[in-house]
Design a protein around this ligand. Structure first.
Ligand code: FAD
Length: 282
């Protein structure tokens, strides 16, 4: 009988792992387990009332070099148990750490130490407004503003997604020490608070002083893993545990070796390679 590989997590990392597993000359049975109602993880687009498209997660990839070339290649569980020959985990390290059995406590400890920070994404649309500059967007140093990470000029890259009637779209990313302090204080993180902060940033930094015609606010909790001092030692200790105990578990996803979409796709591909023991067809 053929092998069964379970892939945990239907974000881009898990989808990439599943894709590459299914491209093997003798593909294993692949079961993708996703806990939410949709695939894609942090990658999500929604349509506004005038047809404009708003990105709630990433909107840019770097399709450069060998890693980039592979970037462009490109299911619900009712029962509580599944049998598999191998598991690829493409869920956040801290989530996996809570699913592991007691025997794997050293592995769980290493994984739970890989933490992530939250980002509030505020999509704004303005009718009849114009940007003072053109480009992908700008970043804001924390010394200038501890809460605004940057603003993406969505209309510049994709003007065809401005809807009808078209309106200027920008996305303000809020986070940093400002958000961490707010989260730690336990105070209510209201949509109004984020909207007001984002509108102020758009007004001061881009001169967009009018009221937006449309606004979407999403607080993505623990969405960006942080590779803090000692990260590589944590990875090494997790890998040593997996090897020493010959566990049929492979780690993939943003928690480990790169948070960018390209890195996640590559981590999914590498997980598939390690499970198959050979390069899948590309
Ligand atoms: C706001 C924002 C903007 C970004 N912008 C960019 C950008 O412009 N360019 C770029 O390259 N990168 C960007 N990134 C980073 C990139 O989008 C993410 O690092 C990447 O999408 C993570 O993919 P992933 O599959 O590893 O994890 P996730 O997307 O977190 O997917 C994990 C999946 O696992 C599921 N899951 C969790 N727990 C369980 C469980 N117990 N059982 C089953 N399933 C479970 C989740 O529901 C989720 O679907 C951005 C990220 C954010 C949040």
């Amino acid at each position: 009988m053929g092998r069964t590989v379970v892939v945990l997590g239907g974000g881009i990392s898990g989808l990439a792992a599943s894709y590459h597993l299914s491209r093997a000359p003798c593909p294993p049975k692949v079961v993708l387990v996703e806990s939410s109602e949709r695939l894609g993880g942090w990658i999500r687009s929604v349509r506004g009332p005038n047809g404009a498209i708003f990105e709630l997660g990433p909107r840019g990839i770097r399709p450069a070099g060998a890693l980039g070339a592979r970037t462009l290649l490109l299911v619900s569980l009712r029962d509580s148990s599944l049998e598999a020959d191998h598991v690829i985990s493409a869920i956040p390290a801290s989530v996996l750490s809570e699913l592991l059995p007691a025997e794997a406590a050293p592995l769980a400890r290493a994984l739970s130490a890989i933490t992530a920070v939250s980002v509030a994404v505020v999509n704004l649309q303005y009718q009849g407004a114009h940007l003072p500059v053109q480009g992908f967007g700008h970043l804001v140093p924390s010394s200038e503003d501890p809460g605004v990470l940057g603003i993406v000029y969505d209309s510049v890259a994709f003007p065809e997604q401005d809807g009808s009637p078209p309106g200027l779209r920008v996305t303000v990313m809020l986070g940093g020490s400002w958000l961490q302090t707010l989260e730690a204080s336990g105070c209510v993180l209201s949509q109004e608070l984020f909207q007001q902060r984002a509108q102020e940033a758009a007004a001061t930094q881009l001169g967009l002083k009018e009221m937006p015609s449309h606004c979407l606010v999403h607080l993505h909790k623990n969405c960006i893993p942080q590779y803090t001092l000692g990260h590589w030692q944590k990875l090494e200790s997790a890998r040593q545990f997996l090897t020493a105990h010959r566990l049929p578990l492979t780690l993939a996803g943003a928690s480990y070796e790169g948070v960018a979409v390209n890195d996640c796709i590559e981590s999914g591909r590498q997980a598939a390679v390690s499970v198959l023991g050979t390069e899948p067809n590309s």
